[in-house]
Structure formats: C-alpha cells, structure tokens
Design a protein around this ligand. Structure first.
Ligand code: AHR
Length: 512
C-alpha cells in the first residue's frame, strides 16, 4: 500500500513538472522550399516617433548620427540582419507626395499627418534619406506608392526618379539632388489597405486601378505588390487576383496584414499591465492567423497554381493600447516577453508557409506597435521582440524542413490552445536550426524531437529567451530583463533530441 502511494506521488510530481511529452518529427531530407530572408523584414511609417526621433534626428543633432540617421539605431539594426524595410506607410503612403520630400531640406513644404496625431510633417526625411538609411543598414528598400490621393503620373515619376539610368527630367532632378546613380529599387506596393485608409475602395475598383498604375511603373526590374483586403476577406483576395493576374506582367505579390489585438479592435488591452486571461487571449488571436493565412493561400493556390504570386505579409504584430500619457495617434507601446513569444509564433507560421509567403514586415521598427527598438532622446532599448529577430536570423534563406508537432494543450478557464509551435531549417553550410515557442506562461514542457533522414549531426548548441514574470520588459536606464542566453537543458543523441523548455520561452537549437 505504501509503495503504491509513493508511486502515485511520483507520478503526480512528474506530471506537474512536464504536463505531457510533446512529440516533434523533422524530416532532414526533404527541404526543397527556401525561407525567403525577406520574411524577416521590417516596416517604418511616418507615424509617431518611428521616423522622427527613431531613425532620424537630423545632421545637426547632438545624438551621434550619420547624415542624420542615429548611429545607435544603425548598429542595433545590423545585429538582426534586416533584409528589407517597407516605407513610407501604411495609411501615410496614400496621402504622401514624394516630390515634397526631395531637394534642400529647409525648402521642403510641410503637411499635416492626418492619420497619425494630426502633427506637422516637415518632410525632412524623404526618398534620399530613406534610401540612404537602407544602404547604411544593409536592407533592401520597399516603397509603397500613393494610389489613394496620388496620380499615375506621380507614381511613374517616382519610379523613374529612383531607378532610371537614362537622361530625363526626373533623373536630372535626382542628380541635382546629389544622387548620380539610380538605386534600382525592386519592391513597390501599389497602395496600402485600399479597402480602408487607402481609399475605401471596392475590390473591383481597386483591381482596375492596380492594373492602371502598374502598367506605367516601368523603370527597372520591379516586383509589384497589390493591396490585400481585411485578413478574412476572401472575396477581396479572389476578385483582386482574378482581375490582376490576367496581366501576369503586372502583379508579382499580394499584400496581407494581420494584427493581434487582445480582444479585438475596440479592446486591445494593455501592453504591460495584463493578466493571464489577457495573455491567453493574445495567444489565441495570434494563432487564429493560421486559418486566415491558410484561407488566403488556398485562394492563391486556386488562382495561381504555378505559385508565381508571392504572399507579402507586409504588416503584422501585436497592437495594444498606447502607453498611458502618450499621444494616442502615435501608437507607442512597450514590449514584454509576451511579445517575444507571439513574435516566435508568427515567425514559425511564416516559415512553415514559405512556399507562398515571400516577405513579411513586422509593424513597426522603432517606437510604434511591436517595435524592435525604443528610443528616448539619446537612449535606446532593445525589446524582447528584437531578440527574437536576432535569434531567428539563422532561418534567413535556409531550406525549410517539414515539421510535425504533436503537443499538449495550454489550458486556461476551460479553453485550450496547442502549447508548442515550431519551425526548422537547414542553412547553406548544412547546419540545422530548430526554433520552438512554449506559449504556456506557467508550465514547462518536455519535447522529444525525432530527426528522420540522413543524419551525421554531432555538435549542438542552444539559445533561449525567457523571463521570470510574464509582464517583464526592458526599460530605459534599467538592466535588461529579457535577452538571449545560452540554453543547455537538452540532450542530443544522433537522431533524438530531448528538450526541457521552460514556460513562456523561445528556444533555438543548432545541430551541426
Ligand atoms: O501600422 C499601423 C497602421 O495599420 C498602418 O498605417 C495601416 O496600414 C494599418 O491599418
């Protein structure tokens, strides 16, 4: 009897530590889809302090800068290998007139930034400054054209100004403004959220407009991206793709936006003062993207069976209430370990859909929404999300390895979600990287990973992002709470990897 009691106790204790063993299978032999490095892209809009105070302080600032761009930001961004940056919006793009942002800065006209706080935009950061920034941090530029309130001629002129090597009034102007050689920008979006802030259009009207604009964007080897609808608006997707793909030379990519609001647009929840209920709701909303993405991809597969049109997830991330006391139009929010975990969930989903997803741009790079960096005067903070991008950069341009995850649930108040998401890839040197996210804020997880296929892997190392409390964040003038540290709580024997994952953590293991 006593023996039986002790046995039951051991069973209870072990089931508390690791709720259930999770099984993951990875096939090492079948990686024939590349995870486009552009999935690790960024988005920088003229919104709040993303551009002004974030990237740009101007040459005369006492904050150290290179031609007006903050040096600390350049250095930090280089750490995460940013492949591409989308600019100037967002909603801002559809009322931005690019000619106001070239020439001597003191002579540039001002405008009102009507979506974002109604503040005066002085246009000191324009085309040349953005393209200089991209060159400084080693990212490809991605420009969104004004379709909502601009003209076809204005758009065609912009592409010619930026990309043409021939003699023309536009290229003469570019040279007068100090740039001899064209920049050869490849990625161009034709409008942003044209169903909403970009002009409240119908899909039929937008598709015709897309075809018209796209016809006249001619200078250079362009990748032209059409505006998507709301994430669940499959009618928008099928109408726009059907009407644009008839002219295959006009469309290369189709944009898709997905944001996580804890409880929806009218109840976004706080970025830092949240309970487990809010944590669960945030994970739930994030995981819901799987369905909406799959629905959009299945329409694309039907209308573009040769997989020529890329799905461009050019806005994604967590959208919470602004920090108390900040301008509501500036969308400034802090960033906790919860953001790190959801970033990993998003990136695992994009990696696993790399056959169709050719770019993704987290919203937004600095001081806006789910930012990489926060700045306050001369100070800078690297957020938990920054560290996920740093950890996950190993997947850029690596071959996606098919993965099967069978896991226990994260349960809260009778509701359930899969507790683990994962993705894996093989890089050009044959190194395998397996990334795992444990979304449960309380329970650790034991994960058994079987590697099938040819395998002479020997060496292994791991990295982890986690924190003691689910609301932990990095703040100005304080020691960092959330960062990357070495991770050793796993065992690797030939084709079996056994990982003990702490609650609310993101782990990447390298096998070589
Ligand atoms: O990222 C903030 C805004 O969200 C963008 O300007 C817009 O495209 C989207 O609705």
């Amino acid at each position: 009897m006593r023996l039986l009691k002790s046995l039951i106790l051991v069973l209870i204790l072990s089931s508390n530590a690791y709720s259930q063993t999770n099984q993951i299978t990875i096939n090492l032999d079948s990686g024939n889809v590349v995870i486009d490095k552009n999935i690790y892209g960024h988005f920088a809009e003229h919104l709040g302090n993303c551009i002004y105070g974030g990237f740009w302080v101007g040459e005369d600032s006492k904050i150290p800068n290179t031609r007006g761009i903050r040096n600390d930001v350049i250095e930090a961004m280089k750490e995460i290998n940013p492949p591409v940056i989308r600019w100037p919006g967002g909603c801002f793009a559809d009322y931005y007139h690019w000619k106001d942002g070239i020439g001597p800065q003191e002579q540039r006209p001002t405008m009102i930034n009507s979506s974002w706080g109604g503040v005066t935009e002085d246009n000191s950061f324009g085309t040349h400054e953005f393209l200089d920034l991209c060159e400084l941090i080693g990212a490809e530029p991605y420009i969104c054209i004004n379709v909502g309130s601009g003209t076809v001629q204005e758009a065609a002129d912009w592409v010619e100004y930026v990309n043409s090597a021939n003699e023309s009034p536009m290229t003469k102007l570019r040279k007068q403004n100090g740039r001899e050689k064209p920049w050869n920008v490849k990625y161009w979006a034709v409008g942003n959220e044209s169903w909403g802030c970009g002009g409240n259009m119908s899909p039929e009207y937008y598709a015709d407009l897309f075809n018209r604009f796209s016809t006249f964007l001619r200078a250079g080897d362009l990748y032209k991206i059409a505006s998507g609808g709301l994430p669940d608006d499959i009618n928008w997707t099928s109408t726009v793709l059907d009407k644009t793909k008839r002219h295959s030379q006009l469309i290369d990519g189709y944009s898709y936006h997905y944001y996580t609001f804890a409880y929806g647009w009218n109840n976004k929840g706080s970025a830092t003062a949240f309970s487990e209920k809010d944590w669960f709701a945030t994970m739930y909303q994030t995981l819901q993207m799987r369905k909406s993405l799959a629905d959009n991809i299945s329409v694309m597969d039907k209308l573009d069976p040769e997989n020529k049109i890329g799905l461009i997830a050019d806005e994604w991330g967590n959208w919470f209430e602004v920090e108390p006391g900040t301008n509501p139009g500036f969308l400034y929010q802090q960033n906790t370990i919860r953001d790190a975990v959801t970033a990993a969930v998003y990136l695992n989903i994009f990696n696993n859909n790399a056959r169709r997803v050719k770019m993704a741009n987290i919203a937004q790079t600095i001081n806006v929404l789910q930012a990489m960096l926060l700045t306050k005067d001369e100070k800078i903070v690297k957020t938990p999300t920054f560290y996920v991008f740093k950890m996950y950069k190993v997947h850029q341009d690596a071959a996606l390895l098919p993965i099967k995850v069978e896991c226990s649930n994260y349960e809260f108040n009778g509701q359930k979600l899969p507790s683990i998401t994962a993705s894996a890839s093989k890089d050009a040197n044959g190194k395998i990287h397996i990334s795992l996210a444990n979304i449960d804020p309380k329970k650790d997880s034991k994960i058994e990973i079987s590697l099938s296929g040819k395998n002479d892997l020997k060496f292994s190392k791991g990295e982890i992002i986690t924190s003691a409390n689910m609301n932990d964040f990095n703040d100005f003038d304080k020691e960092e709470k959330v960062n990357i540290s070495e991770f050793n709580d796993f065992d690797f024997k030939r084709n079996k990897l056994s990982v003990n994952m702490p609650s609310k953590s993101v782990v990447t293991i390298e096998l070589n």
